[in-house]
Design a protein around this ligand. Structure first.
Ligand SMILES: O=c1ccn([C@H]2C[C@H](O)[C@@H](COP(=O)(O)OP(=O)(O)OP(=O)(O)O)O2)c(=O)[nH]1
Ligand SMILES: [Mg+2]
Length: 149
């Protein structure tokens, strides 16, 4: 699909979101910040990416963490997966949190998250008095146990 993307003034010189490999599902998003941003352990920040997009109706974009940042530094997307609505025309921003033990420095142009474009359905809700029965019923939250035995 073609995706209109707008570069905002503070993203000058930065790469547009891009797929790192031919088979990558997510477009890497970079930090469009002027000065280094130091996140202390437990701290969070809304990191601008310097771009806005125009998704087609029926599509969303999911802002997800990068596993490398999560595993090495405890850096993740606080609201993962973040939802970009198709009618949103503002700047894509990433709520980033440091769940690691060390301060983490975000630099301009650092790939801080990734964005997956996905189709979604909307539902027409129909209120009923009873739901169709299933074997699971209302069981959940570990009801099927920890092992297969
Ligand atoms: O990680 C995110 C999540 C959201 N957004 C933008 C795009 C999205 O379309 C809009 C609203 O997001 P969401 O619906 O998650 O937030 P809300 O708290 O429900 O705000 P609103 O009342 O504006 O819908 O904010 C981002 O830039 N990054
Ligand atoms: Mg909302």
């Amino acid at each position: 699909m073609k995706l209109p993307i707008q570069r905002l003034s503070h993203s000058e010189g930065l790469p547009l979101p891009h797929y790192a490999t031919e088979g990558a599902a997510g477009l890497d998003l970079v930090a469009a910040i002027d000065a280094d941003l130091v996140l202390k352990p437990g701290a969070r920040a809304l990191v601008p990416t310097g771009v806005a997009i125009a998704l087609p109706q029926g599509f969303e974009a999911q802002v997800r963490p990068r596993s490398g940042l999560a595993v090495k530094f405890g850096i993740t997307v606080l609201n993962a997966p973040g939802t970009i609505d198709w009618d949103y025309r503002g700047e894509i921003k990433c709520p980033i949190i440091n769940l690691g033990e060390e301060p983490f420095t975000i630099t301009r142009g650092m790939k801080i998250a990734q964005m997956v474009i996905a189709r979604y359905e909307t539902a027409t809700l129909e209120e009923v008095n009873e739901l169709p029965a299933t074997v699971r019923g209302a069981g959940g939250f570990g009801s099927t146990g920890l092992t297969t035995a």
